[in-house]
Design a protein around this ligand. Structure first.
Ligand SMILES: *Cc1c(COP(=O)(O)O)cnc(C)c1O
Length: 393
């Protein structure tokens, strides 16, 4: 049996995978088991911000794994504290809770918002408003909070207390607001939803409405945080700060970690015994995450992201002028989407044949989320590849 046949025999069929077995990577390149090279514009789904086999990660892993890997949260450990301090000093937040994934970070945020509201309003407020087209994870609470039927199908009964409104629509949000609402949960840019960027005024209005009603504003920055948009956090583009923010994907460049950040007003509602995670914030992952985030902030990664993002977007716009089936180009920094008027699968497959990894979401949107260290020449190569693929169809 070859590798793929064995995978099909022994593993759950939860993933629709591309027929390649990747065995190694360096920078923005990966290689499959037959030695074929690919330029990677998926980057582990917005995870590998510093690229593959980054020496930043390898060195931090080596150093910390020789010292201390895990001891549980019954004890203090230094890397965890340092990472929390770094996150607080670089954000709106006063406190950090560590977990292991985006879904878990959102679970924590949902729990914290409910607990705050229950304490403050005596159980009268528990509804969380979430957005159509959103994505918040696959656990029962986070899929209940996700505004996509295909993700909820077959898992009834869903968790109660979520109310959905269209994204980027202030009046819909106003209509959905009443005395039972405790929080608004949204992504500053919808990633899985098709790279949808809201208006600046929209997020500012959400902030204002939440302030007015003492409703918790939760931003899910699992995908677009940690430098993806050219700022450390995406909400910095919009001139607002949330009350609670969740992070995961790129935090440790591929090691599993998530975090929930909040201001003091809300963090106080989680006292001893209210929430926990065995693996949350181990010395190993937090040591790696601190090095990764420091590198992103201090070594010009954000600047590269802005510059390359603009260059890339312009290149995609040029393609749009040339091919009428390209409906829209959108995104910020290095999360870019190209909407086609037909299903994008075959484009993904043709790019793969030519040695480029891209992905397609919501059937018609090609999404580009390469490592943030990508170079101009690498973007040029992808643009050329897309041009030739588009000419062939
Ligand atoms: C990926 C993602 C999640 C879920 O993260 P997991 O680590 O897969 O649980 C949640 N929210 C957003 C915006 C995401 O992109």
């Amino acid at each position: 049996m070859d590798t793929i046949e064995r995978a099909d025999k022994y593993m759950f069929k939860t993933y629709k995978r591309y027929p390649v077995v990747l065995v190694k990577g360096k920078g923005c390149k990966v290689w499959d088991e037959h030695g074929k090279e690919y330029l990677d514009f998926v980057g582990g789904i917005a995870v590998c911000a510093l690229g593959h086999s980054s020496s930043i990660v390898t060195e931090a892993l080596k150093e910390q794994s020789e010292k201390l890997v895990h001891v549980s949260n019954l004890f203090y450990t230094k890397p965890q504290i340092e990472l929390a301090q770094f996150l607080v000093e670089h954000s709106f937040a006063d406190r950090v809770f560590f977990c292991n994934s985006g879904a878990e970070a959102n679970e924590a945020a949902i729990k914290l918002a409910r607990r705050y509201a229950n304490e403050k309003f005596g159980g009268k407020r528990n509804i969380i408003i979430s957005m159509e087209g959103s994505f918040h994870g696959r656990t029962m609470a986070t899929l209940s909070a996700t505004g996509q039927k295909k993700i909820q199908n077959g898992f009834d009964p869903l968790l109660q207390g979520f109310r959905f409104v269209p994204f980027n629509d202030v009046s819909a949000l106003n209509r959905a607001m009443d005395e039972s609402v405790c929080a608004v949960l949204l992504e500053p840019i919808q990633g899985e939803g098709g790279v949808i960027c809201p208006d600046k005024e929209y997020l500012q209005e959400v902030r204002r409405i939440c302030n007015e009603r003492d409703v918790v504003m939760i931003l899910d920055e699992v995908q677009v945080g940690c430098g993806r948009t050219g700022k450390l956090f995406a909400h910095e583009h919009y001139g607002i700060t949330p009350d609670i923010m969740t992070l995961a994907k790129a935090m440790a460049n591929g090691l599993p970690i998530g975090a929930m950040l909040a201001t003091e007003k809300f963090s106080d509602s989680f006292g001893p015994g209210t929430h926990a995670s065995t693996f949350g914030g181990t010395p190993l992952v937090t040591a790696v995450s601190l090095r990764v985030l420091k590198f992103i902030v201090e070594q010009g990664v954000l600047e590269n992201c802005i510059k390359m993002g603009e260059y890339f977007k312009n290149g995609l716009e040029e393609l749009k002028k040339k091919f009428s089936f390209i409906k829209d180009i959108r995104g910020k920094g290095l999360i870019l989407g190209m909407e086609l008027d037909f299903a994008g699968d075959k484009i993904v497959m043709k790019c793969m044949e030519k040695g480029f990894l891209i992905n397609c979401i919501q059937e018609k949107v090609l999404r580009f989320i390469p490592p943030l260290i990508i170079k101009k020449e690498e973007i040029d190569m992808l643009l050329e590849c897309l041009d030739s693929v588009f000419k062939e169809i």
